[in-house]
Write a protein that binds this ligand. Structure first.
Ligand SMILES: C[S@@+](CC[C@H](N)C(=O)[O-])C[C@H]1O[C@@H](n2cnc3c(N)ncnc32)[C@H](O)[C@@H]1O
Length: 206
């Protein structure tokens, strides 16, 4: 595996290095509230394979979902463009079967490695070429592997994000199974009621 440096600026223009220290303060980011944490742990368990597997967490941030997956027995490779996020993820998963790399989620620096699951939460919508990224992520899967994509459209005044129907349309050419799970109604995931679009897509390409 190789790593390459990142400048901490996401493809959405956000300065993620600057946001890293306070990122976990949001309930659904840090998963510090036991109820929120349990809600994500339950969803993740249902989305990931039932046996211990290799999970690639792209745009992993501080590693909150990586840690939940590791606690469920999975082996983690996390990739984030922000060195500050990567440092916090390494700290959070110290002593676990986990490695974190600085790099671009669109073309993760994982060489010829292949994974059972590519997990991406709240990152795809910011990428300049989501269709291309999805094609690349499919190529990183072992046969029978799956994509777990957690996305949404945030805000109602100036909505930002990717709607579920657009994401499923981008996945359609690959065939296989695509399942959408709507998450807006589950306040425990967010630590509050939300009325915008939030969902997960679980896709097993054909
Ligand atoms: C909203 S946060 C989500 C973090 C994590 N996935 C989670 O759900 O807690 C977005 C993360 O994506 C990272 N990011 C943004 N654009 C990226 C890119 N092109 N490649 C890799 N990471 C990126 C940011 O540095 C940040 O850590």
């Amino acid at each position: 595996m190789t790593t390459h440096g990142g400048d901490g600026t996401g493809t959405d223009g956000a300065d993620w290095d600057a946001r890293a220290a306070s990122f976990d303060e949001e309930p659904d980011h840090g998963l510090r509230d036991p109820e929120v944490r349990a809600a994500w742990a339950g969803r993740l368990r249902s989305w990931l394979p039932g046996r211990a597997c290799d999970v690639l967490d792209l745009g992993c941030g501080t590693g909150s979902l990586s840690l939940l997956a590791a606690e469920q027995g999975h082996r983690i490779t996390g990739v984030d463009r922000s060195p500050a996020m990567v440092a916090l993820a390494r700290e959070k998963l110290a002593g676990r079967d986990a490695v974190f790399l600085t790099g671009d989620a669109s073309a993760p620096p994982v060489g010829g490695e292949r994974y059972d699951t590519v997990l991406v939460r709240h990152v795809l919508w910011t990428l300049p070429e989501p269709e291309r990224a999805l094609r690349h992520w499919r190529d990183l899967l072992r046969p029978g592997g799956r994509l777990v994509l957690v996305e949404g459209v945030w805000g109602t005044v100036s909505p930002a994000g990717i709607p579920a129907d657009r994401l499923t349309a981008l996945l359609a050419p690959a065939g296989g199974q695509v399942r959408v799970e709507h998450l807006s109604g589950d306040a425990a995931l967010w630590g509050r009621e939300v009325d915008d679009e939030r969902y997960a897509v679980i896709a097993v390409p054909g």
